[in-house]
Design a protein around this ligand. Structure first.
Ligand code: SAH
Length: 255
């Protein structure tokens, strides 16, 4: 009887210590991911992500260096981090049914618009703020529009705390940002079904725009160039982005 009790107590202790170890490990991972520890910069995971980007054919050394620098895990809201692997090559949830694009797509779109330092770039769909940070890290002057106020607020906060001077507007990307137009480049990270005219109008002559165009499950990246007032369109990779939602209708003009 006594021996049985001893076994039971030892068994219980072993189970408890495994359980606590498991829970401790889980908390450790979450703490690591939220980057609360000063020494936890996740630079190894970023270096691994950059190796993957190279293997996929990203060649631009400046973009690879930028992606090795920008701390992607900081841009994923804490409430979404538990389910995220910030440096895996896949999209990550950022709340509000939205996602941050997979690193390869961020690198690819950035490479296709080839931002130069000092250029004025408009992004539609700020989301987490990560793509905007990548553009800012490359030295571009970045303007970004987000329709969901909570995401715009989150992005503003994290961009500032990571040291990026990006202007974020809470509003409807279909209208662009006429006060700051014209732009050298426009990058759209949500998918409209038709080409948003205001964005084409706000592009400089010689400017370029990249956007996923099409219906919910069948979109293509499209690259548009404005040359001598003419618009040239090139179809590119098939992709799957969240839809670009129409903004609230303007109030009727008062008589
Ligand atoms: N570039 C982001 C990912 C964008 S996800 C990043 O790096 O994290 C697409 C974003 O587009 C979502 O946040 C969504 O709310 C936003 N969006 C959708 N329709 C929009 C519109 N009409 N105007 C501005 N933003 C829009």
């Amino acid at each position: 009887m006594n021996r049985f009790r001893v076994f039971a107590v030892v068994g219980l202790l072993v189970t408890l210590s495994f359980w606590l170890g498991g829970v401790g490990g889980w908390f450790g991972r979450v703490a690591a991911r939220s980057g609360t520890g000063e020494d936890n910069d996740m630079s190894d995971q970023r270096a691994e992500m950059v190796r993957t980007l190279r293997a996929y054919g990203v060649r631009d050394e400046k973009i690879l260096a930028t992606m090795g620098r920008v701390r992607r895990h900081r841009f994923i809201p804490e409430s979404a981090l538990w389910a995220a692997d910030p440096y895996g090559d896949h999209p990550c949830p950022i709340g509000h049914q939205q996602t941050i694009s997979q690193p390869y797509i961020v690198a690819y779109m950035t490479e296709r618009i080839a931002p130069r330092a000092g250029e004025k770039i408009l992004e539609i769909g700020t989301g987490s703020g990560y793509q905007a940070a990548v553009l800012a890290d490359l030295g571009a002057d970045v303007y970004s529009i987000e329709i969901i106020p909570e995401l715009a607020d989150h992005a503003r906060g994290v961009l500032a705390s990571e040291g990026y001077d990006v202007k974020v507007l809470t509003g409807d990307g279909y209208k662009g940002w006429p006060e700051h137009a014209p732009f050298d480049a426009v990058i759209v990270t949500c998918a409209p079904e038709d080409m948003p005219k205001a964005l084409v109008d706000q592009l400089k002559d010689g400017g370029r725009m990249i956007l996923p165009l099409g219906e919910r499950y069948s979109q293509r990246l499209v690259i548009l160039r404005k040359e001598a007032g003419q618009v040239k369109i090139e179809e590119d990779l098939p992709v799957r982005f969240v839809p670009m939602v129409p903004g609230p209708a303007d109030p009727p003009a008062s008589p």
